[in-house]
Design a protein around this ligand. Structure first.
Ligand SMILES: [Zn+2]
Length: 133
């Protein structure tokens, strides 16, 4: 990949990371506020819900941050834009849409198919039950 493109991806990823860090800070403040004790029991119930929501959100943000940091590392060590699975170049169109991608579209598709298969591989209820009835 050209230096110029790498630079633009680095800028894009850094900006995304900054935004996430800022949001994480804000979420932290919100969690702190939610932790303030309240005397109203109805209020407390909604606080628990909010906390749950905020923590989940933070988890998603954290995962994305890890991905972005990984992508920035790949830019530094020169493996950015190369598929982890097959070693082929990831198309620039795909990277523009998803700079944190580590798989080319073919490998990604294959992963999704095999994951889908995994989800549906639960054993069916045994039909032999009927034989004993
Ligand atoms: Zn691949």
């Amino acid at each position: 990949m050209r230096q110029r493109d790498l630079k633009s991806f680095r800028k894009l990823l850094t900006r995304q990371l900054d935004k996430l860090l800022m949001e994480a800070e804000r979420t932290k403040d919100q969690v702190k506020e939610a932790e303030e004790p309240s005397s109203d029991p109805m209020d407390q119930a909604s606080t628990v819900l909010d906390m749950d929501f905020l923590l989940r959100l933070r988890d998603r943000e954290r995962k994305l941050m890890v991905k972005i940091k990984g992508a920035l590392e790949r830019i530094e060590n020169g493996t950015f834009g190369i598929c982890e699975e097959c070693g082929e170049k990831i198309s620039e169109k795909r990277l523009r849409a998803r700079p944190v991608a580590t798989l080319c579209i073919d490998c990604k598709h294959e992963q999704e198919v095999s994951e889908g298969r995994g989800r549906h591989s639960e054993p069916r209820k045994s039909p032999t039950l009927w034989l004993h009835m």
